[in-house]
Ligand binder design. Structure first.
Ligand SMILES: [Zn+2]
Length: 185
């Protein structure tokens, strides 16, 4: 037996951040009791659009001051950023097979909803996916799903990033090389 909490796409603009934290954990715990299923992650929260469902995770940043993760947050959000005020949203297809979007945002008050521009990006990504398109997980370019050159875990890459003519592993064999050397242990 399975269960999920379904959040309407339009509710993303009004649900407050804290509602995704403790109350959501309590709901998920209740679902565990109802279904007898053993799970404890937020992938059992689904976003519902008019055409489908998407797995949704919202995580408060755990990066400690001075860590590599904190340094990357400072690059994005400024030197004085407080780690606990940065959240990450990930959207997967309904079965968690592919990552459609991972996006970080900063919020000053947990009593506020996800920022409008982040919700807009989520809606844009879901809209694209429903038209058969995705963002490359590296360069963010929009590509047709049929043009996905390769995958690494839940990431999907355009031909340039996959083959190393663009992206984070440019000139070093691209994500193709990374994937080749992955043992998936
Ligand atoms: Zn790319």
């Amino acid at each position: 037996m399975k269960g999920a909490i379904i959040v309407g796409l339009s509710e993303l603009s009004t649900l407050r951040i804290f509602e995704f934290e403790t109350p959501m954990k309590e709901k998920l715990t209740a679902l565990k009791v109802i279904t007898g299923n053993r799970f404890d992650n937020q992938q059992h929260v689904l976003i519902e659009s008019s055409r489908g469902h998407y797995a949704f995770g919202l995580y408060r940043n755990q990066g400690l001051y001075g860590s590599e993760k904190y340094k990357s947050l400072q690059e994005k959000f400024g030197k004085s950023v407080e780690p606990g005020k940065v959240y990450e949203v990930t959207i997967w297809d309904a079965v968690g097979w592919i990552t459609l979007l991972t996006i970080e945002f900063k919020i000053e008050d947990h009593n506020k909803p996800i920022p409008g521009e982040t919700v807009a990006k989520i809606k844009d990504t879901i809209g694209l996916y429903e038209q058969g398109k995705v963002h490359c997980s590296d360069c963010d370019r929009v590509i047709d799903r049929v043009d996905i050159a390769g995958r690494y875990f839940a990431g999907m890459f355009c031909a340039e990033c996959w083959n190393g003519t663009a992206g984070q592993h440019k000139g070093k064999g691209g994500w193709r090389e990374i994937e080749k050397n992955e043992t998936y242990d």
